[in-house]
Write a protein of this length. Structure first.
Lengths: 743, 743
């Protein structure tokens, strides 16, 4: 009934939009499609918002970080639920380093004496905010132990470009403590870059511009960060490798071989702490020196200066560096025909505190999916392939549970994993989805049939309308109006898809809804059930929508006769990336030439504003011409192959041939892994996607090539072009062999 | 010596820049050029920063608004100085309406009771801030009398687009009091648009984002607006007509015919008052309703809401509506050969309070120019044409002194005025210059020979470097690098050039330096000598630079054999404007089509964010195709004529012919005046430039055409295209007759 409603609405509003023919689904014969649609209808019928509400309430009732009593209780709750729904479920435990704070002191002495509170207040309007005995206090996990005293310098977001501008202001952070604001880059980049520049300590604060009163009313009146709210979070250098720092590349079983902590390449050497804007205010007020550039200024009622301060800042931090258990829950529903092909769905269960939004809102949707399928299974339903539900532990400190599990099971996963579907929280609003672009046509078909609860259109249409309205030019609006396929974002990092996609090449997705759920509760004690039901998804209907979206995706890939990967979309996307990196080099060449001219002709000195003086930038080496030919040839060859693959009459294949082909298809992306991984971070092996070395969560596509260009390492850029082209060519050859094998 | 220095620096740094050949000046024969350069050298040699310092100190010693004792004393001081320097100087008095405040009350009752202070505190660091007995209090001149009580609504900058967005938020200001922030539009637009939308009162406040702590340290630590600083200023509807509201188009002599105040089309019907951000804070905090859109939010530490408030705001204002004298000082130095050709230099002398920066810093430079020329005259020097110095009164309430003088002397000025050169304040930094683009080549020559005091380059080069550095694309930077001619900005309004240029078609310029003198003292008691010498031009050297720039321009036009107007530059500029308005219509057509489609297809409803809900915009009439052919043909014909005029061998002309031609040239722009003026504001008669009906000071080029398109009045747009083309054709025909007259 729902898909009829949607089809009608869509036909009225967007006659240009091609909707699926009734009864026709990519990867399914007519008969199989009818059965599948009936299965999905049953699946939808079982989903209940009140269950999602209850899961969120139960699982966010107490703090449940790694190795906490609340975490253990939640793991047991989840395990029992899966078992009760008929799954073959078990705990799978790894043992990872996980530091918790012992000492946290931040103070200032000089013209003003100040001691930071480092404490989020209990609110009578928030029932769980008073669970102070079991809350992890505000800290950055993987800060070094340290006891440092120095002047303070404000470094804006703390990304490399900020230090370039500081240098032009004549400010050096060497031997100083820096204060950076949250935002723009992933938090772990801030102390890493500070450390690279010689800082001896780092403070990260939540400016009210980012998620405080500037954005909206603060909690409890509204959902935004109150003055003493602060953001916990990991500062493990995940762009080097995620997971247990002591067991890179290996599953952290009890007796795994561990490296020494001091040798862990993804750990900081300097102390770092996150603070609230109330705690930051006196520190920022103590800064002298230049007025901060306009883009650096936040929403505090002060003139932002960059420093250094004359006052001395004292930061003392120490941690309890223990190896502790992380408990993944792995629940299987065995496939009837292809039990050794796995469609995997995952969401983590650990939180920094109560975590109603992050991660429980995503986990609750996933559990409701599993419950619905479990109910169907009890009535006799069996998927063709094995469906696996994974509730990961230890995501917050650094994707611990998922990474160790993937590392431990890597060989088996590379044989069996068809698709990994991740979520990490959910809220009211618009679909957000990333993943391998080969999934786009099948996923588009799915999301055109899932209805948005607040409008009379599909979640596809709602997101498309938002994209159109948010576009800034008539040209882009017109282009988007004619778009019929959803474009999956490239995956960076920041959640449990990373080991699947980037370490072992499993086709992966990350799903969630949001945009009408903005707030400032992230990683604070206020990410609570009380806040969630007021501001994030008051009716829990977007939990149901996520369950439908992820559930249909799971069921389609679990039951498809011909796995609906369309590598033409991936080819188009890679081709776009190739165009981008070539344009990046060209733009850098043009900009470098003109900037060097401006510097040499002293235009910077002449134009210098004496009241906001800046030293001229330094000249940079001119950008040589780089050959992108091998990449361009590789994507051209890939285009032919993906077109040929699409022309195959897969419906006529024997079951045996179809199974051979399917396996080739789901394993295909593994060919895009490179032997040596990325330079200086070999854990990341995917030639097309990686988190940025200096962006953290933010993706870099064609990362070897793009980052070499960005870092002006021309020799490496050329090498990486060849390596990446080689990976694409292997991918193409593998698809060619799949085609040939059928002839 | 200076020009050699500059030529060397320029040659080293910018080999592509063409500098004037030594001894060659546009408009001068070789012999005359040598004499002129020697004159200018003498002129420069007389200029002294310490005189400018002293003038600023003397003339800002006490408050000196219209009809105040301080104003009278300053007028006498200026008059005496000019006389002492040998000028034929006199006071020329007009009698204009000028309201001063009697009652000023602003309060709030409800959940919070609050009474606004409306008072700028005395600062011990600022010697004149304590002259409270003679300061005009904080007010908006030309506010209506009123006593209103209602809820408050925040309207951002208070421009029409803000009300469109308010309507989409479901907020109507009818019967409400609005609060707008200073910035973006000229202040007078804010109550005018509020009144158009049915508001019954208007408050304008200075958000710290605009010129308070967000921008830099506040006074007295730095130059920015302190929490109780407020901006006085006129809200006369000057885009209708400036000057005395009671004598539109006529000089306001003692017995001029006056209209009734209630019939004055440029006066408001609602009360309006400017307040500080300390006074605004409790008012803004009282607002309920939607969170203000991001672009609306300022730098106060609150969540900005749009309202309405539940609390009631009470605003009571009354004024003493008296006709009072404004005293212009007009000082002449008679021309030796062409006494009936006038080169006019002006700057106002009235201020809102002490006005060290606005207007005295500009006036002081002008006086030093006059003093230098006076000194030369005492030694026997006589300019070829008459030089006239004008110190205007009553500029602050609405260009009173200059407008009434121009209206009174219009016929004579249209015969005799060669050029009007305006300034209105000055500070450290970069050249800013606007005016008729026919002046560009001559002015470029001048500013390539005036050296910037802080760098080793000319003021032309310094400004060009700043433009290059501030450009955002390599393409624009490269274009600017090859630019050798300074581009004059089109003149809008906001100073005394307006009656000259836009009412009677006199070629005009507006000059000033700035950019290293930012502050928040504008129209407050803190625009003082103390602040000026600390933050605006500490060494007064930029006063000397303004004197050189304006002085050389005055002397060139006073002495030129062939007046160096180059109408090719004006033609190119008009041609660019024609391209712009045609593109404006095309863009509006494309945008209207796509926006109407988005509205009709309900994309706005579908994309609506429930937590920041907006009604869809309303559809607009589709944009018809408009013919720009007559304008395009007019600029094409003008191009031929201006080229032919440039090819004339003016050096071979007899003195008589040359004088005939010169007069044709300086009167040429009068042909660009239209008979009926602009629609609904006939005082503005220039077809190319006007202040915007909804921007105030901000210029609209081809105003009749551009504003008709912007206001979607397609019929009027077509009419105005024909009228504007007609004016350009008359201008062309007049130049053709000048050429023909010489053959």
């Amino acid at each position: 009934m729902k898909s009829n409603l949607i089809a009608t609405a869509a036909a009225v509003l967007f006659s240009a939009v091609v909707t699926a023919q009734p009864g026709s689904i990519l990867g399914f014969s007519k008969t199989a499609a009818d059965k599948q649609l009936s299965t999905e209808k049953k699946f939808d019928g079982n989903l209940k918002a009140k269950n999602i509400d209850q899961f969120i309430k139960d699982l966010s009732a107490v703090p449940h970080h790694v190795a906490s009593p609340g975490g253990d209780a939640n793991a047991a709750y989840i395990l029992n639920k899966f078992k009760s729904w008929g799954y073959d479920a078990q705990l799978e435990t790894f043992y990872v380093l996980f530091p918790t704070p012992l000492t946290r002191e931040l103070s200032m002495t000089g013209t003003t004496n100040f001691k930071a509170s480092l404490k989020e207040p209990v609110l009578k309007e928030d029932a769980t905010s008073g669970q102070t005995a079991t809350q992890l206090p505000v800290y950055n996990c993987w800060s070094a132990d340290g006891d440092v005293t120095s002047e303070l310098v404000f470094v804006n977001y703390g990304v490399p470009a900020d230090y370039e501008l500081l240098a032009r202001m004549g400010v050096d952070v060497k031997g100083k403590i820096v204060i950076a604001k949250y935002g723009q880059s992933w938090r772990g980049i801030k102390p890493k870059v500070a450390q690279e520049h010689g800082a001896i300590g780092c403070i990260i604060y939540s400016d009210p511009k980012e998620d405080g009163y500037f954005q909206g009313d603060v909690y409890p009146k509204g959902p935004f960060r109150p003055e003493l709210g602060a953001q916990r979070g990991s500062v493990e250098d995940m762009p080097i490798y995620p997971g247990d720092p002591l067991t890179p590349g290996l599953g952290a079983t009890k007796d795994a071989k561990r490296i020494d902590r001091k040798d862990a390449a993804n750990l900081l050497k300097i102390p770092v702490i996150p603070i609230s804007y109330a705690d930051a205010l006196p520190l920022l007020q103590s800064l002298e020196g230049s007025v901060a550039p306009e883009g650096w200024r936040g929403a505090l009622p002060i003139t932002y200066h960059v420093g250094p301060s004359k006052n001395k800042i004292h930061l003392k931090l120490s941690f309890d560096w223990q190896v502790r258990p992380v408990n993944n829950i792995i629940a299987k529903l065995k496939g009837s025909e292809l039990p050794d092909e796995w469609v995997i769905r995952g969401n983590h269960h650990d939180a920094w505190v109560n975590g109603a939004g992050d991660p429980i809102s995503g986990l609750a949707a996933m559990m409701e999916e599993a419950r619905s399928i479990g109910e169907m299974a009890k009535a006799g339903y069996q998927p063709k392939r094995t469906i696996m539900y994974c509730a990961w532990d230890g995501e917050e400190p650094g994707l611990m549970g998922s990474t160790e599990w993937v590392e431990f099971h890597a060989a088996e996963l590379q044989q069996k994993a068809v698709l990994y579907i991740n979520s990490d929280g959910n809220g009211r609003g618009f679909l957000g989805a990333g993943g391998s672009q080969a999934l786009e046509p099948a996923f588009t078909e799915i999301i055109k049939e899932v209805q948005d609860p607040q409008t009379n259109v599909s979640v596809f249409e709602r997101k498309r309308s938002a994209d159109i309205i948010n576009a800034t030019s008539a040209k882009t609006k017109n282009e988007l109006l004619s778009k019929t396929t959803f474009e999956l974002e490239a995956l960076g990092s920041g959640s449990d898809f990373s080991p699947f996609a980037q370490h072992i090449g499993i086709p992966s997705m990350n799903l969630g809804f949001g945009g009408e759920d903005d707030g400032g509760e992230y990683h604070s004690i206020y990410d609570s059930y009380d806040l969630y039901r007021r501001f994030k998804d008051p009716t829990f209907e977007y939990g149901v929508v996520l369950a439908k979206t992820a559930g249909h995706t799971t069921l389609r890939f679990a039951n498809a006769e011909n796995l609906p990967f369309d590598f033409r979309n991936l080819q188009k996307t890679i081709s776009k990336y190739v165009t981008e990196v070539a344009a990046l080099a060209d733009n850098m060449r043009e900009n470098t030439t003109v900037e060097n001219k401006l510097i040499n002709q002293k235009h910077y000195s002449i134009a210098n504003n004496a009241t906001a003086a800046l030293l001229p930038p330094v000249t940079k080496d001119e950008v040589p011409f780089i050959s992108f030919a091998s990449l361009q040839n590789a994507v051209t060859a890939l285009e032919k192959t993906t077109n040929a693959l699409h022309e195959l009459a897969v419906g006529d294949l024997s079951v045996a041939n179809r199974n051979v082909l399917n396996k080739k298809l789901y394993q295909a992306e593994q060919m895009l892994l490179t032997k040596d991984g990325l330079p200086r971070r070999s854990w990341y092996r995917h030639a097309i996607y990686a988190p940025g070395f200096y962006t953290g969560y933010g993706v870099k596509t064609l990362p070897g090539v793009r980052e070499a260009i960005e870092q002006r390492n021309w020799k490496e850029a050329q090498e990486q072009i060849e390596i990446t082209a080689g990976a694409i060519n292997s991918f193409t050859a593998n698809l060619e062999s799949a085609i040939a094998g059928l002839k």
